[in-house]
Unconditional design. Structure first.
Length: 682
């Protein structure tokens, strides 16, 4: 019996093994040979029906023992033909451990050579908008709001140990623009480890994408789906600024001819709470070789060899931006005012009437729920070195040209926070020979500034086009020097908005009258000392005007006009046959006194000066010259009751002494003159 029992058990085991083998064989045959073509056919027909686009699949393979699926040669076409999306191979490895993990578990998902096309059509629609349209299938049964909310919050539990996407290639095309735009992103690499949709599950991930131009996107960090949270670092390397311009070129009137930029920042994103939170930290930007030209004339407007931003922090919720440093060097900027009086940079942005109308409508309807609080912006240090600025005013003839070279700017604690002061310094050269320096402090909120200003050797001849608009003299030589303090504050009626205290001097000045080319006016030095100028309310006070080595030629023409009045008028007629139009002067004199500026000059000193005088209105004509003119004029004021005391002495034709004394007030509407001229031994 024992032997029979043992044989019986062995026989049953053998039968079970045979049955198991047969089942395994059937499972293997079904998995390896039967299921793949059935699945391939079902996938192709179902996807084509659901997506309403032709779908082709080259091969489907299964490994029933490894629980893996491989799909090769997948292609999804456009409705009118042509590739839309696809991939070379998709490999999915499912895990039996899903049973006790209570989650759909995948050991590995790999996608090889995916490709896709995102196209904005000429009518503005997307090439996949038909995929977003509702299907013809019956609507699902209604669900209560509470159940719907619960379903939205509950995601199916998914666990992927390793997700890898390799050699991706994606094309973006915008045909709705006047100039079609196209960009290719390849290769795209994505790596994701331990991805899970379970609550508070974080997994490391990585993402890289490149373009044929060498541009690269790097993204790595941690990611949580439930709730949606992420932190990591995002980098854009070698982004071509011209590529960005090519997309916007129909909206701008300039052309970006070169330039590349690197961007990078750590970030923290949290969309799981009541408020969306986004913080960027340790942000950097590196801009290289940016060149911008005028699209019509091809003139280079901006050239920036290098600009860097370091330590940028942005807090979206607190509306706060803080930057450690901004540095740039050797940039060149060119600008001009055209003949119509429009600054060229105002024409660089092309706008359309429809967009402007839309903007106006948007601006009039402001959502009260939107946070309108201003952003707080702080730049700890801003440094610009070796900048150059070329400006032209083409409304004048000839064109007024101003060149600023070797511009250096240093600003610390630049911020729009209330009552916060920034410290700054500035230095530059003006039209090659002049210099300008400024340093001080400024506050943006409320707006105020205090600075010490110093300028030296500013060439006056550069301002000839400006002089042409107000006078008929030509500048031959001269250099201006300035030193003083400027204050600005918005005080309303309690004090001056602008105050200037300091001094001004003009050295080695010479000018000629355009209609009478002999020397007209010149001096060795003319100094304005102790200047106090206030604006709103207006006031001008000078403690001293010092003229040394001054010379003037005064001529009375046969018609009775004086060359001085002619020279300081914008009229360009000949003195011999055209009377100077004094309507402008009359209009100035007839202005109400309350619009005039109170002016006071304590003393005018004249040293070692001279003048030539000619009167062609007399017969015979009279000529004389005064040399060694020295003296003072004290107490000039715009006060109608003020009288300035004049005391001057000199020599006529180098031998005959002359004395000039009396009182004058040239600053009132009807000039006051009470003078005594004494000539001896003429």
């Amino acid at each position: 019996m024992g032997l029979f029992s043992t044989y019986s058990r062995l026989s049953r085991m053998k039968k079970c093994a045979i049955v198991a083998g047969i089942l395994i064989l059937l499972y293997a045959v079904s998995g390896f040979f039967i299921a793949p073509p059935v699945l391939k056919s079902q996938l192709r027909s179902r996807l084509s029906e659901h997506l309403r686009r032709p779908v082709t699949i080259e091969q489907v393979r299964m490994n029933p023992f490894a629980l893996s699926l491989t799909v090769r040669g997948f292609e999804l076409e456009e409705p009118k033909g042509g590739p839309f999306a696809g991939f070379e191979e998709l490999y999915v490895n499912f895990q039996v451990s899903s049973l006790f993990r209570w989650a759909y578990t995948f050991d590995r998902i790999e996608l090889i050579s995916p490709h896709g096309l995102v196209k904005i059509l000429p009518d503005g629609n997307l090439n996949f908008s038909d995929l977003l349209a509702p299907s013809d299938s019956p609507e699902p049964p209604s669900v209560s709001p509470e159940a719907s909310s619960d379903q939205e919050k509950t995601l199916p539990a998914v666990l992927i140990f390793h997700l890898n996407i390799e050699q991706g290639r994606f094309l973006f095309s915008d045909l709705s623009r006047a100039t079609p735009f196209e960009a290719v992103f390849s290769p795209v690499q994505i790596t994701l480890e331990d991805f899970s949709t379970r609550p508070d599950s974080k997994g490391p991930y990585g993402f890289t994408a490149s373009t044929g131009e060498g541009e690269r996107l790097n993204w790595e960090g941690h990611f949580s789906v439930n709730p949606l949270r992420s932190e990591g670092r995002l980098e854009l390397i070698g982004v071509k600024t011209r590529t960005l311009w090519e997309y916007l070129q129909d909206q701008v009137a300039f052309e970006v001819t070169s330039g590349s930029v690197d961007l990078g920042s750590a970030y923290h994103l949290d969309a799981g709470g009541d408020r969306f939170e986004l913080k960027l930290t340790e942000g950097v930007l590196d801009l290289r070789d940016l060149k911008v030209s005028d699209k019509e004339g091809g003139v280079e407007l901006v050239s920036i060899p290098g600009l860097s931003i370091e330590g940028a922090d942005v807090d979206l919720n607190r509306k706060n931006i803080r930057i450690d440093s901004v540095r740039s060097e050797q940039a060149r900027v060119k600008g001009w005012m055209d003949e119509a009086g429009v600054f060229n940079y105002n024409r660089l942005w092309v706008t359309h009437e429809e967009e402007e109308a839309s903007d106006r409508e948007t601006s009039t309807s402001v959502d009260s729920s939107v946070d309108t609080a201003p952003w707080a912006v702080t730049i700890n240090e801003l440094t610009l070195t070796e900048y150059g600025l070329d400006l032209e005013d083409r409304t004048m003839s000839p064109t007024l040209k101003m060149g600023f070279q070797s511009l250096a700017v240093m600003v610390k604690n630049l911020t729009n926070k209330e009552d916060a002061e920034a410290q700054f310094s500035l230095s530059l050269r003006v039209n090659e020979t002049g210099t300008l320096k400024a340093e001080g402090s400024a506050c943006m909120n409320p707006l105020s500034a205090k600075l010490a200003l110093e300028a030296g050797h500013i060439p006056l001849k550069s301002f000839q086009p400006l002089v042409n608009s107000v006078s008929g003299i030509d500048l031959v030589s001269g250099a201006a020097n300035l030193k003083g303090d400027v204050q600005y504050r918005k005080m309303g009626e309690t004090g001056p908005e602008i105050r200037w205290e300091g001094g001004l001097s003009i050295l080695d000045f010479e000018a000629i009258n355009r209609s009478y080319t002999e020397d007209f006016l010149k001096w060795e030095s003319l100094e304005f000392n102790g200047i106090l100028f206030d604006a709103a309310p207006k006031r001008l006070h000078l403690s001293e005007i010092m003229a040394k080595g001054a010379y003037a030629r005064v001529i009375i023409w046969p018609d009775g006009s004086v060359n001085i009045k002619e020279a300081f008028s914008s009229q360009k007629g000949e003195h011999q046959n055209e009377t100077i139009d004094t309507s402008t002067i009359t209009a100035v004199e007839s202005k109400p006194e309350e619009d005039s500026m109170p002016i006071r000059v304590d003393i005018i000193r004249i040293e070692e000066s001279s003048a030539n005088f000619a009167d062609f209105s007399m017969k015979p004509n009279f000529f004389t010259g005064i040399q060694d003119l020295t003296g003072t004029i004290k107490g000039i004021s715009s006060d109608s009751t003020a009288r300035a005391d004049v005391s001057l002495s000199g020599k006529v034709d180098r031998y005959a002494p002359v004395m000039i004394s009396g009182q004058i007030n040239p600053l009132i509407p009807k000039a006051y003159v009470d003078m005594v001229l004494s000539f001896k031994n003429m």
